[in-house]
Design a protein around this ligand. Structure first.
Ligand code: CAA
Length: 291
């Protein structure tokens, strides 16, 4: 099936990056959010991030202007119904995602493919409550979306081959690479990455190292572009904790228990960069470790 029009639900960190890469690849994008503020901020962020790419010679000024012209916004979720492809990138809460798919369902075109950018919720379960589980997939982008090469494609138990093939083509058209994952808790990237981050928090909790030494160790000792605690702040500590809980409950194995220190940071509302404080304090000129 040919995909031309794309509806993106949620204009946050992931949604704006997804709209950015689709518009740049020539798709018509309709971006939805419940708040006009978020839509305005998303468009401004896309504009700024495209400018970065223009200034580094990765995108021409004409292509940037064409991409911006392909992005429209709406606060009316059901406007997205007729899109060829819908990508849900709303808050990582199953009830929120469920309400979005329920509201969209009566307005969908017969061929519309439904996808969710969830980082850990069961695709099979989300799909089973729609009228088209065979046309439903997990479509998991990495942050920052315009920079990261990988997209995870997750088939639910009912996803058909035609939908999977179409989505492989879409990933290719974005200039990205797909990793196919089966539908088990946290898929591939987060199954491996988030327990590593959780272990880094245990290393801090047990006093084996401080924030600085742990991050330096992994950056210089394992060539990671960011240390695990810096990366946790980048992802959001609430998201890291939510994913650990999905692993812990979904796989029923104590090796996935979230570190109490991670829970404490989340309880404090120190969620990382988005709240200006996490394992680092971002309120000053340079990030300062909080432990
Ligand atoms: N849009 C467009 N371009 C961007 C960008 C954005 N949002 N953010 C960064 N860039 C570009 C920069 O312009 C720069 O371009 P050039 O290479 O052409 O100079 C390049 O990306 C590198 O950026 P910086 O020089 O500013 O900074 P950096 O070298 O420190 O790299 C980083 C930043 C790419 C984020 C790097 O630190 C990195 O790869 N970190 C790890 C990211 C990661 O692991 N992401 C996955 C998180 S897990 C996830 O997302 C899944 C989940 O469900 C939780």
């Amino acid at each position: 099936m040919a995909i031309r029009t794309v509806g993106v639900v949620g204009a946050g960190q992931m949604g704006n990056g997804i709209a950015h890469v689709f518009a740049l690849a020539g798709y018509e994008v309709l971006l939805n959010d419940i708040a006009q503020d978020s839509l305005d901020r998303a468009v401004a962020t896309i504009d700024k991030n495209l400018d970065r790419q223009v200034s580094r010679g990765k995108v021409s000024a004409e292509d940037k202007a064409a991409a911006m012209a392909r992005i429209r916004t709406t606060m009316v979720l059901t406007d997205l119904g007729p899109s060829d492809l819908i990508i849900e990138a709303a808050t990582e809460r199953e009830t929120v995602k469920q309400q979005i798919f329920d509201a969209l369902q009566p307005h969908l075109a017969p061929g519309t493919i439904l996808t969710s950018n969830t980082s850990s919720i069961s695709i099979t379960r989300l799909a089973s409550r729609t009228d088209r589980p065979e046309k439903f997939m997990g479509f998991h982008f990495m942050n920052p979306v315009p920079v990261m090469q990988l997209v995870e494609l997750i088939r639910g138990i009912a996803t058909d081959q035609a939908t999977y093939q179409t989505m492989l083509g879409v990933v290719e058209s974005l200039g990205k690479t797909a990793a196919s994952a089966e539908d088990f808790p946290a898929f591939i990237v987060n199954r491996i990455l988030i327990p590593m981050i959780n272990e880094a928090v245990y290393t801090l909790y047990e006093g084996v190292g401080n924030v600085q030494s742990i991050d330096m160790a992994l950056k210089l000792g394992a060539n990671h572009p960011m240390g695990p605690l810096e990366l946790a702040d980048f992802i959001g500590l609430d998201t890291c904790l939510a994913i650990m809980n999905v692993l812990y409950e979904g796989l029923a194995d104590t090796k996935y228990r979230p570190c109490p220190l991670l829970t404490k940071y989340v309880e404090a509302g120190w969620l990382g960069r988005k709240t200006q404080r996490g394992f680092y304090d971002y309120r000053g000129e340079v990030p300062v470790p909080t432990r």
